[in-house]
Every structure is written in C-alpha cells, then in structure tokens.
Write a protein of this length. Structure first.
Length: 214
C-alpha cells in the first residue's frame, strides 16, 4: 500500500512539473528567444561601432593640410545636442514606467516626447554637417574628416531609425494597447535607444572632447 501511495505521489509530482514547464514555455518564456536575439543584434551593432571608432582613431590625425578638430568643432553646440539625447533617454524611461503601470496613453505621450527630442538631435547634427560642408570640410578633404563623417553619420542614421520605430510603436499601442507583444517590442526599443545613448557618449568624449585637445 505504501509503495502504491509513493508511486501515485511521484506521478502527480511529474505531472505538476510537466504542467509548469509547459506554462513557462507558452507564458513568460515565450519572449526569451526574441530578447536574446535582440541582444545578439545589439552586440553585432556594437562591433560595427567599435570598428568605426578604431578607424577614426587611426585617421584622426590625418589632416592632409586641412582643418583640425579645434578649427571646425563647436563644442557648445555638440554639448547641447548631447544633453538633448540624454534627456530623451530619461523620457523613454518614464515611458517604460508608464508601461509597467498599464497606462497606454502616458506611454504614447512619453514616446512622442522622446521622438521629438530624437528629431531635434538629428536636426542639430544635420545643421552641423551642412555648416562643415559649406566651409569646405567635406568627407573627401582628409582622412580625419572621412572618419568623422562616417562615424557620426552612422550614429545619426541609427537615431533616425529609432525615431521611425518610436512612431510605429505609438501607432501599435494606440491600436492594440499594452498587449504582451507590444511590451516586448517597447523593451527592445528601450535597449536600442539606451544603446545609442551610450555610443554617443563615446563619440562626444573620443571625437569631440579629445579632438579639441589636439
């Protein structure tokens, strides 16, 4: 009799374990492959930026008789642009807090503010590029300028893509609310946006601040 009871208890325990594993597979664990895949993408993107930073480091003193960083950089303007991007990272954080609270309207509002700040960042960058080109500091002028334009423009394109993604998520949240799929997408967008913030801090330090010391 005792053996029969033990056998039944083991079967019930195995059935319970199987149920919880199945629940994990179709519940919270469902988003894990997506988040893992996005982390892999971010790491590959980080390698691209690492290569661009390394290239710029090699070319940063190749002026070819052209202007040096201190001749063309407006540090005050770049510092303002850096502040804009940092604030946009904070506003996105508020959006994530609103998402956790289940406030779809607030999420859309914070996404809008973040997108506008991102657009302001890109606009300042385009203005800077236009001013440099008008002064003759074009990418083909020297190795330094080629490396500079390539690195900064690549980051700017990423920010532009992020703005488009923000607009898409505003529409998705408006149409379908804070469903699990939208929450997962907002989480991926959060990682992407903060990643761009970190990359820009590197650009500001390595390209602009150190460039002014040369």
């Amino acid at each position: 009799m005792a053996d029969a009871i033990d056998s039944q208890a083991r079967q019930e325990a195995e059935a319970s374990t199987t149920f919880h594993l199945a629940e994990d597979d179709h519940g919270h664990g469902e988003s894990s492959p997506v988040l893992l895949g996005f982390w892999i993408y971010l790491m590959s993107d980080a390698l691209i930026f690492a290569a661009l930073f390394a290239t710029y480091g090699v070319l940063s003193t190749s002026y070819a008789g052209g202007p040096a960083p201190r001749d063309i950089f407006e540090l005050e303007l770049v510092a303002l642009n850096t502040a804009i991007l940092l604030v946009s990272s904070i506003t996105y954080g508020f959006g994530m807090l609103a998402m956790e609270a289940g406030k779809a309207r607030s999420v859309q509002l914070w996404l809008l503010v973040t997108g506008l700040l991102g657009a302001a960042f890109v606009s300042v960058e385009v203005y800077e590029f236009g001013k440099l080109i008008a002064e003759g500091a074009t990418p083909q002028r020297s190795g330094f300028l080629s490396g500079f334009f390539t690195l900064v423009a690549t980051h700017g394109l990423h920010v532009t893509f992020g703005i488009i993604w923000i607009v898409i998520m505003m529409v998705q949240v408006g149409q379908r609310g804070l469903i699990p799929e939208n929450k997962r997408r907002l989480m991926c967008l959060s990682m992407f946006w903060h990643f761009l913030d970190v990359i820009w801090i590197g650009v500001f330090t390595f390209v602009y601040l150190l460039g002014m010391l040369r």
